[in-house]
Design a protein around this ligand. Structure first.
Ligand SMILES: Nc1nc2c(ncn2[C@@H]2O[C@H](COP(=O)(O)OP(=O)(O)OP(=O)(O)O)[C@@H](O)[C@H]2O)c(=O)[nH]1
Ligand SMILES: [Mg+2]
Length: 245
């Protein structure tokens, strides 16, 4: 039997893979991984350790989850894309991105997966449908509103939380993103990548938490830089997918 098949057999009990990108999340992973054990017991977990300098990798092993240790820091996009490649390699039909900082509440995982099972290629957990819980900083909310407007203009659809990383993906989205995924702050651009291919994207309401430990890497200056950078990327992606048709 070849090694690829052996790998698949190890995992035949679960169809759903939880992909956790993690950069120096040793303060948050113990809480998250024990919550996942209780609230998502039938799902496999892979943590993509993005070349952390803390003991992220050891903590994951202690909790009995799989870890992929990246030899260099790829950033959030590269870490999540590694998760998609892992999902393709091991034959998972559905994947859910759950951030390692504890902002994404596992109680919503089943509802996200259900939408994908109903035929959506991607389902986004949005904190701006019910407007409860952690709503992010003022400058980030401005950026989110701006992307909502831009995406509406380009796709005709309304995405209230286009930067949310709390998302479920079906096997077609997994396959696409394993091959092509934007390097950083990929979330808004990845919506365009799907809608331009006539793939179906929806949102459901979720309540997000504040990061438990550690500090967000995105300060006000970085937020402005990313708003400009991601806007250019979205526009280029929209134009190039039009050409592809
Ligand atoms: N900052 C950062 N996070 C990374 C990196 N690679 C993977 N991640 C993980 O990606 C996830 C999202 O990163 P965050 O910094 O929380 O980004 P965010 O959720 O958009 O921003 P906040 O709302 O400020 O938390 C976390 O689980 C990180 O640990 C990296 O190079 N830098
Ligand atoms: Mg976060």
């Amino acid at each position: 039997m070849n090694s690829r098949l052996e790998k698949k057999n190890e995992h035949e009990r679960s169809e759903v893979l939880l992909i956790i990108p993690a950069f120096n999340e040793s303060g948050n992973l113990p809480t998250l991984l024990s919550k996942l054990k209780n609230e998502a017991p039938n799902k496999d977990v892979v943590v993509i350790n993005d070349c952390s300098s803390d003991n992220t990798s050891e903590i994951v092993k202690e909790y009995g989850a799989k870890v992929v240790d990246l030899p260099i820091n790829l950033g959030i996009g590269g870490a999540v894309q590694t998760g998609f490649k892992y999902a393709v390699d091991f034959g998972y039909q559905i994947a859910v991105q759950v951030d390692g900082d504890g902002q994404h509440n596992p109680v919503y995982i089943d509802a996200l997966v259900e939408k994908v099972e109903q035929g959506y290629n991607m389902c986004i957990g949005s904190r701006f449908i019910d407007n409860n819980g952690f709503q992010s900083s003022g400058i980030r909310r401005m950026g989110i509103r701006f992307y909502q407007y831009l995406l509406h203009l380009l796709t005709g659809q309304d995405f209230t939380d286009p930067t949310s990383g709390f998302r479920a993906f079906d096997h077609n989205a997994i396959k696409l993103f394993a091959e092509h995924y934007p390097a950083d702050y990929a979330e808004p651009e990845s919506i365009i990548m799907l809608t331009k291919r006539k793939m179906k994207v929806c949102e459901i309401p979720v309540i997000m938490n504040k990061r438990i430990a550690g500090k967000s890497s995105i300060n006000a200056m970085k937020s402005i830089y990313y708003i400009i950078k991601v806007t250019i990327a979205i526009c280029i992606s929209a134009i190039s997918s039009r050409r592809e048709k």
